[in-house]
Design a protein around this ligand. Structure first.
Ligand code: ZN
Length: 344
């Protein structure tokens, strides 16, 4: 998931409707034959392609870590209906939300992908052989870019925003879309390679713990499709507790009078936990949650303000490495992230 900058949001909201036509890129039969001959080689190019509506709908409605973790309250916010939200209703909403990309969007995304191939080559072993793209309506996950399985999802207002920027500043639009593509691709890589997550999250100081949310907390959770699990804590002592877990909640049940998308119900804070024998327990003390404290920010490196989950923080650090961001407070973190992914 990627929370968007004000610039993109503003330009997206002022952009007109776009009518999509093409859902698939032309098939390169030569490429397919070559791939079939050398399947075992990790030097094969990744097949980035546009999912059909059925493919995208199937992945979006899969009972995976995301749909499998979904609580009633967050379903109500997603459905904009707090009365009897069900996974069946949610599935119907998600399947109906798949849109066609326009010709221009297809060309734009293809440009970004082709431009990224060389810089992504060292990470080929961690990237699935096939990565899919789909466009969805703004109702899904608050219109925020995100991933499911090997599918990267771009909402209508995200694409509208980039196209609008592209009219006045094509270079900037290309850079921004590339940044987003790389951030989301990182989630696809992480999902495909979960075995060494403890070693990976340790790059920014997180440690594993067994954590089961108390019932009241679980009911309020807001599941991020790109980081569904809370299995790691930041060992930052605060107010007598041993660590912190970045945690997303819905601020309230969906309120029809207030309206608003999922994003407007999103509430983020750090949950205080006690750690004993590898087990994290949420404190019963007040405050249970705290705002990001300096020790936490220092631990995770301050290369990004995107701190809602270690997976998200590491995604941005991966982007920093690939795009060679200069002037970072802790340049060793993107280096360590890249070194990790090069071992696959
Ligand atoms: Zn993300």
């Amino acid at each position: 998931m990627r929370i968007l900058t004000g610039l993109i949001l503003a330009s997206a909201l002022s952009a007109g409707a776009c009518k999509g036509q093409i859902t698939e890129t032309p098939t390169d039969t030569n490429g397919a034959e070559q791939a079939a001959e050398t399947t075992a080689s990790i030097t094969n190019p990744v097949d980035y392609r546009f999912a059909t509506k059925t493919e995208a709908g199937d992945i979006l409605t899969n009972i995976d870590d995301h749909f499998g973790s979904m609580q009633k309250r967050e379903m109500g916010v997603r459905l904009k209906n707090p009365v009897d939200p069900t996974i069946e209703k949610l599935s119907a909403q998600y399947r109906a939300a798949v849109l066609d990309f326009s010709d221009e969007e297809v060309a734009f995304l293809n440009e970004v992908v082709e431009d990224s191939r060389a810089v992504l080559a060292p990470f080929r072993g961690a990237i699935p052989d096939e990565v899919l793209f789909a466009k969805i309506s703004n109702d899904i996950e608050g219109g925020l870019p995100h991933t499911r399985g090997n599918l990267i999802l771009f909402s209508k207002f995200v694409m509208d925003g980039y196209l609008k920027t592209r009219e006045s500043d094509p270079e900037k639009a290309h850079y921004e879309l590339k940044k987003l593509f790389l951030h989301e691709l990182h989630h696809v890589m992480s999902r495909a390679n979960p075995e060494r997550v403890d070693e990976y999250f340790a790059i920014i100081g997180f440690k594993r713990c067994a954590f089961t949310e108390p019932e009241d907390l679980r009911l309020s959770r807001l599941t991020n499709p790109d980081a569904t699990a809370y299995h790691h804590y930041a060992p930052v002592e605060i107010q007598g507790t041993d660590g912190l877990i970045p945690y997303l909640r819905v601020s309230s049940a969906y309120d029809a009078d207030r309206g608003g998308s999922m994003g407007s119900y999103m509430n983020f804070a750090l949950l205080r936990v006690d750690v004993d024998n590898g087990k994290c327990t949420a404190t019963n003390e007040t405050p249970q949650f705290v705002a990001p404290v300096p020790d936490f920010m220092e631990l995770i490196g301050q290369n990004t303000g995107y701190i809602i989950h270690p997976e998200e923080t590491l995604s941005d650090n991966f982007v920093h490495y690939v795009l060679k961001t200069e002037g970072l407070p802790n340049p060793e973190i993107p280096e360590a992230v890249a070194a990790f992914w090069k071992t696959f």
